[in-house]
Write a protein that binds this ligand. Structure first.
Ligand SMILES: Nc1ncnc2c1ncn2[C@@H]1O[C@H](COP(=O)(O)O)[C@@H](OP(=O)(O)O)[C@H]1O
Ligand SMILES: [Mg+2]
Ligand SMILES: [Mg+2]
Ligand SMILES: [Mg+2]
Length: 342
């Protein structure tokens, strides 16, 4: 005979269990969410550290670019053709720079999304890990750290910009570039010149080591454009700013942004506007965009839209860059463009 004749109702047991689970959940949810928050806190990345690392990476890549050029060991290959039929070249300078830059950044911050123009997993033996030192030059300008979540970051690297000109030994156009975008907005930009050793860097709301020129000609801007991926840019520029517009053809997207500023390493064309009408990729333009933005300038599509530096590498909308000018007014002066015909 069952003692006392107690019978458990299944419904009662279920309600009792649910209550128990509810109490345990209530007690632990605060603790758990606190733990998760603390974990995320620890995982943040300091943008000032990323700036220092980006400069280090650009200089490291630049050393390879210079070495390969000076050894005359370019091992030039073709990666295919651009949409417009120009040869897309690849040299040992691009590859060796990529291996060094990518490995340095990925070893220091393995969780970051890093998009390089080149793809090659050959390990660089004996590459020392980044020492996490913030150079004095950066510490003096960027006074405090700025923490962001790693998942909000996209790093874009161009291990050698102006490869076409590099193969022609037009050394002044060649740069290495690193850019850090946060939630798609370009925030840190580094443009390094391997053959002069000059490095321009800037961080939005942080500071920079490069300044704009004192004056710009807004009424009749001198326009810097591509020399090897120009498309029909001459007619486009003349339709916008008049038939007598001074046009400077130059190599490299990094170089052309520097020509809008006041870099101190060598003489540049003093351009007022940088304009590009053919296809271009985000590693080509992100660093320049970040530097211009940090200095109060703008880089947009030809329609004046901001460029989002997440997702696909493609920028199909062309490029208009200016500083200390009414950028919207410049956009309004541009003629309608047929992206298919360029
Ligand atoms: N139409 C196009 N298609 C693909 N890449 C282009 C392009 N126009 C310019 N670029 C890239 O943008 C950079 C600057 O070009 P430009 O000197 O013509 O202004 C070069 O980068 P890389 O040298 O890193 O490949 C070049 O390949
Ligand atoms: Mg290339
Ligand atoms: Mg490039
Ligand atoms: Mg390149």
């Amino acid at each position: 005979m069952a003692p006392m004749g107690i019978r458990l109702s299944p419904l009662g047991v279920a309600v009792f269990c649910l209550l128990g689970v509810g109490i345990i959940y209530h007690l632990y949810s605060g603790v758990l969410s606190g733990r998760i928050a603390a974990f995320r806190q620890r995982e943040t990345v300091d943008l000032r550290e990323l700036l220092a690392l980006s400069v280090e990476a650009a200089v490291l890549g630049g050393r390879e670019v210079k070495r390969v050029r000076e050894d005359n060991a370019l091992e030039e290959k073709s990666k295919g053709e651009t949409k417009e039929g120009a040869k897309e070249k690849l040299t040992l300078g691009d590859l060796s720079s990529h291996r060094n830059m990518y490995q340095l950044i990925k070893t220091a911050f393995p969780s970051l999304q890093v998009n390089s123009e080149e793809h090659d997993n050959t390990r660089v033996e004996d590459l020392p890990a980044w020492d996490r030192r913030i150079p004095e030059e950066i510490a003096q300008v960027v006074g405090r750290s700025q923490e962001v979540l790693p998942e909000s970051i996209t790093v874009w690297i161009d291990p050698l910009d102006a490869t076409q000109e590099y193969t022609e030994n037009l050394r002044k156009y060649v740069t290495t570039m690193v850019c850090v975008a946060v939630n798609g907005a370009p925030v840190i930009g580094v443009i390094h010149k391997p053959f002069t050793g000059y490095t321009a860097w800037a961080m939005v709301d942080g500071g920079s080591n490069v300044k704009p020129r004192d004056s710009y000609n807004e009424k009749s801007p001198r326009v810097i454009v591509s020399r090897s991926h120009a498309g029909k840019v001459k007619g486009f520029v003349e339709a916008a700013f008049g038939n007598n517009t001074v046009i400077f053809p130059a190599g490299g997207a990094g170089y052309k942004v520097l020509a809008l500023l006041n870099p101190t390493d060598e003489k540049y064309e003093e351009a007022d506007v940088y304009l590009h009408i053919t296809y271009v990729k985000k590693w080509d333009i992100c660093a320049g965009n970040a530097i211009l933005r940090a200095l109060g300038g703008h880089m947009t599509t030809l329609k004046g839209e901001e460029i989002n530096y997440t997702g696909s590498e493609a920028n199909n909308g062309g490029l208009l860059a200016s500083i200390h000018m009414d950028h919207k007014a410049l956009v309004l002066r541009l003629p309608a463009r047929d992206a298919e015909k360029n």
